[in-house]
Design a protein around this ligand. Sequence first.
Ligand SMILES: Cc1cc2nc3c(=O)[nH]c(=O)nc-3n(C[C@H](O)[C@H](O)[C@H](O)COP(=O)(O)O)c2cc1C
Ligand code: SF4
Length: 413
Amino acid sequence: MEYSNLFEPIKIGNKKAPNRFVINAMECNDADEEGNPTQKVYNRYRKLLEGGSGVVVVEALNINDRNLARKSQLSIMPRNAEPLKEFVTEMKKVNPDTILLFQLTSAGELANPEFSERYTVKPLPGFEGGKLLSEEDVMRIMDEFVTAARIAYEAGADGVDLKLCHGYLGSQILRPYNDRKWKYGGKWENRRKFAFDLIERVRDEVDDPDFILGSKISMWEGFPGGQGSAGPDTAVMDLSEPLDLIKGLEERGASFIMQSAGSPSITLALTQPDRKIPDDVYLHFTYQKRIKDTVKPETVVIGSAYSVLRNGKNNLQALDEDCKSLTYWGSKNIKDDIVDMIAIGRQSLADPKLPVKLKEERFDEINWCTCCDNCLEFLIRQKKVGCATYVKEYTQSLKQIRKEEGTLKEKRT
Ligand SMILES: Cc1cc2nc3c(=O)[nH]c(=O)nc-3n(C[C@H](O)[C@H](O)[C@H](O)COP(=O)(O)O)c2cc1C
Ligand code: SF4
């Protein structure tokens, strides 16, 4: 098998993932009114765990119910502790070998004002109207993150991903655009303080070296003042801050970094490369390499955005046919020391069992994601999310939604 290195185990912190596949966090807006897992959530994750990937990152769990991006988002507050424990217990029965991480998040300015309160660190055009966060507000939010990490630990999760990407609160504080004069704004030492204090507090709260900590990071958000830009009013890329962030997280106990880019409410195609112009996947490879060159050998670098590569039937140019696929690039990037593990987002909705099918060479059975982005349309419309190409229930649901609500005006989360 030419891609056999994708099936080599790897250590993450004190635990071992059986292979190099990671299921990226994919929120599907199908929790109950309390933010607990429903049957739909169980079914989704059961399939993912049967799929045998090395790591599954459980989608963005909200740490409070004041500031929500999705109406039916999973949450992680004291009221969710028991249901989450039952969920993890069940998932560990399905597959005890896969590492199960919880992604913890707070929406900030991406909260939907139709049903939730928007928070802002400095109003960004297009996202106005939020409550300007004070230092006390940030302390409260940090307390909620720490409580959430303890709940994750007690539920039996193997670790947490402290989300610092895609324009959510973690991103908003880190961005150069946050040049407001306050404890968490202005100079870089202030903006990185939230992330550094957070990971230190989580490490103190869960004093177990086996509990894995890490973060998903947008290396460059791709708009003026976004993460990875050279200043508050320029989009020119400067990776010195994201790389310093990564070093600081590593020094404070992070054992993995999940690379990402973009802010899907603003620069969607940067986060999830567009099937018509998939070339941004190379930008992701470049970020992976920069991270890999920055961290210690034992810190695991996970690369995002591999879905667009598919089985090689993609729009990348100037390549031989057999040098275009997800398995080709995943395997090569690991061999070339660019990345340690590869994450699939959209592909995991199209086929949650990709890893096991590849391992057993059941190529005819694989549903390759077409990157049509119809699953994202559900999320944008605040509906339950699934693959509208391969899962009949969602094909029909999308048809019905479009009939009732018309075509989507803008493809942004
Ligand atoms: C429907 C949907 C839900 C997503 N939910 C999350 C999420 O909960 N947390 C997160 O960090 N990224 C989320 N993403 C982004 C993906 O995890 C991933 O970074 C992105 O899709 C690029 O990977 P891909 O090209 O393999 O799809 C979501 C994307 C989609 C399409
Ligand atoms: S709806 Fe389209 S983009 Fe989403 S998982 Fe299915 S094939 Fe992939």
